[in-house]
Design a binder for this molecule. Structure first.
Ligand code: M6R
Length: 587
């Protein structure tokens, strides 16, 4: 989704800082970019379609500037072109925007009646025109921004420059993420921490409807009554280097290699000799898990484990459906929201709705201080660190780890501590195997199937999503027993079928299903922790056998690396797959 950066400072470094920030936010996904910067008290705007390099090629980096805002746009209203790119400028105001102003048509009608005209198809141009319109009446920037928080519906993080006050940079947000960062003689705004890590690790979070007025050496935050509010300064634990590639060809590969430590850090947060930092679950007799994409898939694994071992009914739903459904919950229900970014619009909307209904919530979140973390009654952080690749790997594994811990906690099972200590090495061994020869067998295929039963089906869904999102190969996951009710008609000679079997109680049935596809010519890649040697598969990926509560954490690793190798052979943009964004902040 869109990325915002902004700079104001005495070091006159604005253009470089803002462009560095935009590059750090590339992982969020975008299709055009732009910058507005001051020079000799004049504001200049440059925008370009496509990659940031197109913008960089048009910028003179020798220009000294003390104030700038930049933007990477992921098109929602209007195609990705230069006119629709941000920043948008109307009279004295120039803004960058992340989010969607839902009532922009209504606002546009009002502006048209007041002789405003528009060049772009965006809701953002309406927003900046509306700010200008109100400013003409209020003649005060803070009052104007406060007013628009009461009028704009939808979501927005705005970086704002007003020609009447080039000594300050302004920002305001609702729902879409925005941080304010503190430097020495310079301050910043950004959509996310990586954008400013090269310059500072100190930042504060802006809450909904708050307005920031930022100069080189001062940050003022106002609430909706236009009173000054005090904010905690947070320090990001990682370093700029840790959020960079560290010599790996892709962030995705680097992040997979971090999984042994991510597992360790996440487990250590909640379990040593005893459980710790876990909210009391005893009063809940049913659980709902709500999330999107890969986070939804971890919820499915969580459901399987909690129902089987803790005997508590668990309902799992994707957030974009849950939000609009009639949900059966009461004071005995805990709603768990799972999100790496903590900013996914659908997940956040569910959280708000559930809260309004008075139901308790637990956020399983990776990004510290993100909206889901802040709004949830309880939070369990996944200790994955900064994840840049659009395809989640280490954060997914950390979410699985949290669900394993929750299940152990619910059943007061502390017997696995010894086995847990072996997991990082086992993950590492799986990472160090070569999956390229297997990838070579399948990368030219147009369709690839994943099958499994029970918990293996949930893992198959994630394996399939990983493969399709980065390699663009059509891939579907099926419950192994369901294939013969229709899908098996798609199996022909050499159709790859990746079959997962780690559950002894189901393996005979799964193997029968594998034989059914093998008999129809499928090329079977068998992923298993079982000691089976037979002729129903073409390739076997062995995974170490561990307790079922920990098994998914190992099973997923080869599937992530296989997806990576297939995408690499297909020369895909692995870290930034087309059409996708890291954090989906629109509904
Ligand atoms: O930040 P979130 O965990 O809430 O994101 C949810 C999904 O958008 C995300 O998992 C998505 O499916 C990933 N691209 C999958 O790799």
């Amino acid at each position: 989704m869109c990325g915002i950066t902004g700079y104001i400072g005495k070091n006159n470094n604005a253009i470089k800082v803002v462009m560095d920030g935009l590059e750090s936010l590339e992982y969020r996904g975008y299709d055009s970019s732009g910058i507005a910067y001051t020079n000799n008290n004049k504001l200049n705007v440059i925008k370009e379609k496509g990659k940031i390099i197109n913008l960089k090629n048009n910028i003179d980096f020798n220009i000294k500037s003390n104030l700038a805002i930049g933007h990477t746009r992921w098109a929602t209203h209007g195609e990705p072109n230069k006119v629709n790119s941000h920043p948008h400028q109307v009279n004295k105001f120039t803004i960058v925007h992340n989010g969607i102003i839902e009532n922009y048509i209504e606002l546009k009608e009002e502006l048209l009646k007041n002789n405003y005209t528009f060049k772009s198809s965006t809701d953002t141009e309406i927003a900046v025109a509306y700010i200008d319109f109100i400013y003409k009446k209020e003649k005060d920037i803070l009052k104007t921004l406060n007013y628009i928080t009461k009028v704009f519906r939808g979501s927005y993080a705005l970086g704002i420059i007003c020609n009447d006050d080039l000594n300050n940079l302004y920002a305001v947000r609702k729902t879409s993420p925005l941080i304010i960062a503190k430097g020495t003689n310079e301050n910043y705004i950004a959509s996310d921490v990586p954008a400013i890590l090269k310059y500072t690790n100190k930042y504060m979070l802006l809450d909904d409807y708050e307005i920031a007025k930022i100069s080189s050496d001062n940050i003022e935050i106002y609430n909706q009554k236009l009173e000054l509010v005090t904010k905690d300064t947070l320090e990001f634990e990682g370093t700029y280097e840790s959020s960079m590639k560290n010599g790996y060809e892709h962030f995705m590969l680097k992040e997979i290699h971090e999984e042994p430590n991510v597992f360790k850090d996440t487990i250590n947060t909640y379990l040593d000799k005893d459980f710790k930092n876990i909210p009391g679950f005893s009063k809940y007799n049913n659980i709902h898990i709500v999330a999107c994409g890969s986070a939804y898939h971890t919820g499915l694994v969580g459901k399987y484990l909690i129902e089987k071992y803790a005997n508590i009914p668990v309902y799992v739903e994707v957030a974009s459906e849950y939000r609009y459904k009639h949900n059966f919950y009461d004071e005995k229900t805990l709603v768990i929201l799972v999100s790496q970014s903590g900013e996914t619009a659908d997940t956040l909307a569910c959280l708000k709705k559930v809260k309004e209904d008075g139901i308790d919530t637990l956020g399983i979140v990776n990004v510290v201080g993100s909206s889901v973390a802040r709004e949830s009654k309880y939070v369990m952080y996944t200790k994955a660190g900064c994840e840049i690749a659009v395809a989640t790997t280490k954060a997914y594994l950390a979410q699985l780890t949290v669900f394993s811990v929750i299940t152990m906690y619910l059943t007061n099972n502390k017997t696995l501590i010894e086995e847990i200590s072996t997991i990082p090495t086992l993950i590492d061994n799986l990472i160090n195997k070569d999956y390229k020869p297997i990838a070579k067998e399948i990368y030219k295929n147009k369709d690839i199937f994943f099958i499994g039963r029970g918990i293996d089906y949930s893992i198959a869904m994630e394996g399939s999503l990983k493969l399709k999102e980065i390699s663009y190969i059509n891939s579907v996951a099926y419950q192994a027993g369901e294939l013969k009710h229709g899908t098996i008609s798609l199996i022909e000679k050499n159709t790859p079928v990746i079959a997962i079997s780690t559950d002894d109680t189901l393996s005979e049935k799964t193997i029968s299903n594998i034989k059914e596809v093998k008999a129809r010519g499928a090329k079977v890649i068998f992923v298993t922790n079982q000691n089976i040697n037979d002729n129903f598969y073409d390739i076997k990926i062995d995974i170490p056998r561990v307790n079922e509560l920990l098994q998914p954490i190992l099973t997923i690793v080869p599937l992530q690396l296989l997806a990576y190798e297939v995408a690499k052979l297909n020369k895909c943009d692995i870290d930034k797959p087309r059409n996708l964004a890291k954090s989906v902040t629109v509904e």
